[in-house]
Design a protein around this ligand. Structure first.
Ligand code: NAG
Ligand code: NAG
Length: 389
């Protein structure tokens, strides 16, 4: 069976010269996997590493059964495909085994339906770095189960990081699994999910300028207001505690409302000043489903609020503004611009729209934009990709 990978938006940049080309949809190169046949969602996420002989296309199949974990129901899988000959092979990224393994004497992990490969992002080292390209891959529906009564299952989400060419030496992270932060009791006397349904890794982004830090979206955190968090890897390899998580305070922050799904998509860019990295994350159900995108920095102290620099608003109810994001310097002025997908925008029937917000750097603003009808990009914007070649 063949599965088509569609690149829905591709922009090309070379030596500070902005070039555009149209996607060749007449001669596609098709990658497929027999093993991922059926309803595995092969192609749900993709990451292309163009590194000469080491080039590899990573493909997520979040509902696949895994050849490594035969007893687990649809844990999800990641495939390594050769751009040269098109063949794909499953990659063992999770070396911690498939069985419901104990996390402690009173908790265990459940990998059935964990959606490994639902999101991934790849970071290519900059010219002066000798390190290899790394990739972060997530399983946002990974669950933690309590073994004491009443039994509870928390969908915290898990992520991995690994060198692109290394096999079986990944690190794993489940930063939102601390027992005390699963639920929160509010003034009304009820308990609500704080990190208990966070789905960390629903989106993931590894900024080009940071070797050891990457960001996760967690749209189910804080009673589905959503959140995003920053993981900082420690240099040494150690089985436990090999990272620090910056988890901002969302509950009680009036800029976020319940069910906003902040963190549905995440990216970063140097939007205002070269050298100043800002994150951008979408909250597609914010503003009564018109959607918002927040441009912000993570706080330097734990449990403090995000430093929000700008908020961009969707225009149409239900358009899902901010559910896909990417950043790049479209007009070659040295500052990144922000591309925002709104896949359910409608004239007649959910045609979808792509917004390109162009940085007005000196004014610290990115409020001027063009929409896809203006720049002739009639693609649905469920996924946005940007490759530097
Ligand atoms: C995974 O395996 C189970 C049990 O054999 C089967 O019911 C299910 O359809 C399989 N899923 C996929 C996506 O192939
Ligand atoms: C395809 O290329 C990869 C990597 O270069 C190689 O490992 C693999 O054996 C090749 N597969 C086939 C079917 O030629």
């Amino acid at each position: 069976m063949l599965f088509l990978l569609a690149l829905l938006s591709t922009l090309h940049l070379h030596h500070h010269q902005a070039l555009g080309y149209n996607v060749d949809d007449k001669h596609p190169k098709i990658f497929s996997s027999e093993a991922a046949a059926g309803k595995s969602y092969f192609g749900y996420s993709v990451a292309l590493y163009a590194g000469g002989e080491d080039s590899v296309l990573l493909v997520g199949a979040p509902r696949a059964n895994s050849s490594f974990f035969p007893g687990v129901f649809e844990p999800g899988a990641v495939y390594r495909c050769s751009p040269a000959n098109g063949s794909c092979k499953e990659w063992l990224i999770d070396v911690s085994g498939g069985k419901p393994a104990a996390l402690s004497s009173f908790e265990r992990q459940v990998k059935d339906g964990s959606w490994l490969g639902a999101s991934m992002d790849l970071r290519v080292p900059q010219e002066d770095e000798s390190t290899e390209a790394r990739v972060a891959i997530c399983a946002p529906r990974w669950k933690k189960e309590t073994l004491y009564a009443p039994k509870r299952s928390y969908m915290n989400g898990m992520c991995f990081s690994s060198g692109v060419s290394r096999r079986g030496t990944s690190r794993r992270y489940f930063p939102l699994s601390k027992t005390a932060s699963q639920t929160v009791s509010l003034m009304d006397g009820n308990n609500y999910y704080d990190h208990g349904m966070a789905e960390a890794g629903f989106s993931v982004h590894w900024p080009t300028n940071s070797r050891l830090q990457f960001a996760l979206g967690a749209p189910g955190a804080a009673i589905w207001s959503g959140s995003s968090l920053l993981l900082t890897e420690k240099l040494w390899d150690s089985a436990t505690d090999n990272f620090e998580a910056t988890i901002p305070k969302i509950l009680g922050d009036a800029r976020f409302e319940r069910s906003d799904y902040f963190g549905y998509a995440i990216t970063s860019g140097q939007f205002y000043e070269p050298g100043e990295v800002l994150y951008a994350a979408g909250a597609p159900r914010s503003s009564r489903t018109r959607g918002k995108v927040f441009v912000y920095q993570f706080p330097s102290h734990k449990n403090t609020q995000l430093l929000v620099k700008d908020i961009l608003d969707g225009e149409q109810y239900g358009e899902y503004f901010g559910s896909a994001l990417t950043a790049c310097d479209v007009n070659s002025d040295g500052r990144d611009d922000l591309i925002i997908g709104a896949p359910l925008w409608s004239r007649l029937s959910d045609e979808g729209r792509v917004y390109a917000y162009v940085s007005q750097g000196s004014q610290k603003s990115i409020h001027t934009y063009a929409v896809s009808e203006d720049f002739c990009l009639h693609y649905m914007s469920l996924q946005l990709h940007y490759y530097v070649t």
